[in-house]
Design a protein around this ligand. Structure first.
Ligand code: FES
Ligand code: FES
Length: 163
């Protein structure tokens, strides 16, 4: 048992747990952040993806001890029902999901992409999401939603710059 400090969605958090505990278990079972999903537990499906210092990482394969002092962003850190992130709004507008189980991982991975590449090509979006499996086969709508969000974010940035 160890106490490990990290930052989750902008808040400092200390967790008392076995240092080998997967970050996914810490998020879901210790902190109640159940937006991040358990799929395979084998770093194969991507539905447990979170951002660690801005980079997409599969949290099922990441031991708690390795994220001490890091900044973690989960789906709960993106937006709220009242103020959705442009990606969340675009996914709603495109109805880019069926069961939705893959979407928390896909949304944070797409956020990491748009944070560093505001105008990705469809191929770049597909490559960025290569590690995220959608069992429902919603890939075409997911790609459209990321393109839609990118356009909305660029328009918002241009509007902001014009003020
Ligand atoms: S649950 Fe982590 S990759 Fe599938
Ligand atoms: S919407 Fe069901 S797994 Fe992607």
């Amino acid at each position: 048992m160890a106490t490990i400090s990290l930052t989750i969605n902008g808040s400092a958090v200390s967790v008392g747990a076995d240092p080998d505990t997967p970050l996914l278990d810490v998020l879901r079972n210790h902190l109640g952040l159940v937006g991040t999903k358990f799929g395979c537990g084998l770093e194969q499906c991507g539905c447990c993806m979170v951002l660690i210092d801005g980079e997409p990482v599969k949290s099922c394969g990441k031991a708690l001890s390795t994220v001490a002092g890091k900044n973690i962003t989960t789906i709960e850190g993106l937006g709220t029902p009242e103020r959705p992130h442009p990606l969340q709004q675009a996914f709603l507008d495109e109805q880019a999901g069926q069961c939705g189980y893959c979407l928390p991982g896909i949304l944070v991975t797409a956020k990491a992409l748009l944070d560093c590449n505001p105008a990705p090509s469809r191929r770049e979006i597909a490559l960025a999401l290569d590690d995220n499996i959608c069992r429902c086969g919603s890939h075409a709508r997911i790609l459209r939603a990321v393109e839609r969000a990118a356009a909305a974010m660029r328009a918002g940035a241009a509007q902001e710059a014009g003020r």
